[in-house]
Design a binder for this molecule. Structure first.
Ligand code: PMT
Length: 408
């Protein structure tokens, strides 16, 4: 999955022949899972139509401060295109092509069109991809503008060499849309807060075999653990996701899924990777007991009552707590009574840095639901209660806590 997935991209287009490439650019952004809004300078509409970009971006395209015509070509009174709102909506702004004229306005703060007003209002990272003829690209005033924009914190996506609209050949071509996307992906990935960190996340239930067709299991769907894995990967971490049986899947180049069935298998995989990871988050609902003897054949229905002798499974988290070096260990606690005290006892017993407590007494929390209500308790017993929220957001809260720890 692209790092651009879910990102809100504001594309500013200025008036040069290379503007025709922005149709492909918008298509690539949408394909990468981004949302796109487009602001055009009036001059750029001579090179690519707003209708093309509106169709590809699935959003209205803006080029004036006031809407002049409605969809039936009637004059609209008093509809203002709010440049501040547009700028604040964006996770990133890209100005492509950035002509010499637009670059100069960006550097001097000249605000004479909607694109410039939006640029000046943007608080998000701003990228620009210049496009102009080779001599313009090398002109001292252009170079001066590049320098100024760098001082403003804007990032340049350098022009490429090749044939230019003038018929000359040299540096100044707008970077190819595929290269612009790759540049943005690489730049964003390099700035993710958990880049270089390795996570081990457990998810789902374990199944403990009784015979070849039956098992002891529980109601965990795996969602909490999968959401945590995705949230960590979205912040740049490499994740090993060890999951019990679940229909869930996640496709992300930073997540390696290892599917296991029993607690013993989860134990072995966790120990295999433990030394190599920085953070462990154990969201799996691991069976505490397993049948002592597993029947080789299907058990026949004979007696009125039937007893299965159980023996304890190894406690995976406890065993990791015993050997931990620098790893940050996060456990979950699923409780039905005396929740806070039980969770605190688990922090000590399992040598945890943080525990995420969820109680089956809270409506909407726990197994199988799309939501969860959790309380964080750290190893100093500082307690932080959270509202009921979507498991994706709970996952983000947990990962953000870990990001803060690394930023501290
Ligand atoms: O999967 P979902 O449907 O989204 O549901 C999410 C969840 C309810 C399963 C999840 O939020 C959760 O609470 N997971 C932990 C459930 C649990 O087994 O809690 P526990 O209190 O029994 O265990 C405490 C901790 O020790 C847990 O981190 C558990 O993974 C770990 N453990 C437990 C037993 C064992 N043998 N080995 C372990 O590592």
């Amino acid at each position: 999955m692209s790092v651009l997935s879910g990102k809100k991209i504001l594309l500013g287009i200025s008036g040069g022949i290379a503007a025709y490439k922005t149709a492909t650019l918008v298509r690539l952004f949408i394909k990468a899972g981004a949302q796109v809004q487009v602001v055009m300078t009036p001059a750029s509409k001579d090179f690519v139509t707003p209708l093309t970009l509106a169709t590809l971006s699935k959003n209205p395209v803006y080029s004036t401060f006031y809407e002049e015509l409605d969809e039936d070509n009637n004059t609209k009174e008093g509809v203002w295109n709010n440049h501040v709102e547009l700028a604040l909506w964006a996770d990133l702004m890209l100005i492509a092509p950035a002509t010499a004229n637009t670059l100069s306005k960006m550097a001097s703060g000249t605000c004479d069109n909607l694109l410039m007003a939006t640029y000046l209002s943007a608080k998000c990272p701003v990228y620009y991809a210049p496009a102009m003829d080779l001599d313009m690209y090398k002109h001292p005033s252009t170079l001066e503008n590049f320098k100024k924009l760098q001082e403003f914190g804007n990032t340049m996506i350098p022009a490429e060499s090749g044939e230019l609209a003038s018929g000359l050949s040299g540096e100044g071509r707008l970077a190819e849309p595929e290269n612009i996307v790759s540049f943005l992906e690489a730049d964003l990935a390099s700035k993710l807060p958990l880049r270089g960190k390795k996570f081990l996340v457990t998810a789902g239930p374990t199944y403990e075999a009784i015979d070849p067709v039956r098992f002891i299991g529980n109601h965990s769907s795996g969602k909490m653990g999968f959401d945590i894995a995705l949230s960590a990967a979205n912040k740049g971490a490499e994740v090993i996701l060890v999951t019990g049986p679940t229909h869930l899947n996640v496709e992300n180049h930073l997540i390696q899924i290892i599917r296991i069935t029993s607690a013993q298998e989860m134990y072995e995989v966790c120990h295999q990777y433990f030394d190599a990871v920085d953070v462990v988050i154990a969201a799996a609902a691991v069976a505490d007991y397993k049948p002592k003897n597993v029947a080789q054949q299907k058990i026949k229905k004979a007696e009125d009552t039937f007893v299965i002798e159980l023996e304890k499974n190894k406690d995976i988290l406890f065993s990791l707590g015993q050997i931990k070096k620098n790893q940050f260990l996060v456990g979950f606690a699923l409780e039905t009574d005396n929740e806070i005290n039980n969770a605190k006892a688990k922090i000590i017993k399992k040598n945890l840095d943080l525990i995420v407590l969820n109680s089956l007494n809270d409506v909407g929390a726990g197994f199988g639901k799309p939501t969860n209500k959790v309380t964080f308790i750290d190893k100093d017993f500082t307690i932080f209660e959270n509202e009921l929220k979507a498991k994706e957001l709970v996952a983000d809260d947990i990962i953000n806590l870990i990001v803060k720890k690394y930023e501290a």
